[in-house]
Design a binder for this molecule. Structure first.
Ligand SMILES: [Zn+2]
Length: 326
């Protein structure tokens, strides 16, 4: 068995939630001052472990049966684990190659065959993890229903003009690698959003749980974050995005913004034979995020599932009704 806890510094404390806290070894390698306040945390399970640093934002995880990732290797080396020991852990892991590992490998292979690949991208220089110490940013994310464990970043100081505006940066990931980001400005000036994205990208694949039956497809990043959905990032779904969404092998429910642009998304969903849900929300609730802010995630999900519709006639009727309302 691979016991990661044995590599941690002697001064460590377990918490009730299952995290073991210790002085993070990552910060000084990431341009931050050395952690002396036990801001590194590791959580282990039968399947592996995951590490999170609340000082510099470094994360790494490991799943038994898979290769050690680049970030997990770096973390182990910062913890003082010798290179040959890291190789031994990797081999040991591969001997435990589980069904899940094999399935993920197959998913990766089929993604490659279908041409679903995104290059790794950098977050803006100086991006740091938003924590409670960034009270405005933290508050904004809580109000918008972003789960506390999703790593949202911010740049406090940087010489480029637009980074001097207050903002939150949502990393775009695919297969848990950063492949872009969406930056939401928190002042009232334009532009409100800056994206760094790649053609065919769909946000939120890493939010999907393997045992979920449905995938909720929405327009915006915050809609997706607040409901655990997939965001196509505009009111259309291009062919590459369709391939990626289909590769997840779920029942798809498209939930458009309840405005004219959203109706374009509805037409596209019907063309693809996907279910559409347009719950009977009051006029001021325009999208999934508004609904989650008002009623919470579980209640919103229920109204979405209840209003889910595959009949083209019923979808057209619902569209007409919505058009009258607005
Ligand atoms: Zn750190």
């Amino acid at each position: 068995m691979i016991d990661v806890i044995s590599y941690l510094p002697a001064r460590r404390k377990p918490s009730a939630s299952g995290w073991v806290r210790f002085n993070a070894p990552c910060c000084e390698h990431n341009g931050e001052t050395r952690d002396r306040r036990s801001r590194g945390g590791i959580k282990t399970s039968e399947a592996g472990w995951s590490f999170h640093c609340f000082n510099c934002g470094y994360t790494a995880s490991f799943i038994i049966g898979r290769n050690l990732s680049f970030k997990a290797r770096k973390l182990l080396s910062w913890l003082g684990v010798p290179a040959e020991e890291i190789e031994r852990i990797n081999l040991e892991s591969l001997r435990h190659r589980s069904m899940e590992g094999l399935l993920t490998d197959r998913q990766r292979l089929s993604n490659t065959l279908q041409g679903i690949e995104f290059e790794e991208r950098e977050l803006p220089p100086g991006a740091e993890l938003v924590t409670t110490k960034h009270s405005t940013h933290w508050q904004y994310l809580r109000v918008r229903g972003v789960p506390e464990d999703y790593p949202v970043m911010t740049v406090l100081e940087n010489d480029t003009v637009h980074w001097t505006r207050p903002q939150v940066i949502v990393p775009f990931t695919y297969d848990n690698r950063v492949v872009g980001y969406s930056c939401r400005m928190l002042d009232n000036r334009q532009p409100k959003y800056i994206h760094d994205t790649q053609p065919g990208y769909v946000f939120g694949t890493d939010l999907q749980s393997p045992n979920w039956r449905y995938a909720i497809v929405v327009e915006g990043v915050f809609d997706a974050l607040s409901i655990g959905g997939l965001a196509v990032l505009h009111a259309e779904i291009n062919d590459a995005q369709v391939r990626l969404i289909r590769s997840l092998d779920r029942e798809i429910i498209v939930v458009p913004d309840q405005d004219a642009a959203g109706m374009k998304l509805v037409d596209r969903a019907m063309e693809l034979g996907w279910a559409v849900s347009m719950p009977d929300w009051p006029a001021e609730v325009k999208d999934v995020n508004d609904a989650v802010i008002r009623w919470g995630q579980a209640a919103t999900l229920i109204t979405i599932l209840q209003a889910s519709e595959t009949s083209k006639i019923k979808i057209e009727l619902r569209k007409k009704k919505l058009a009258k309302k607005s």
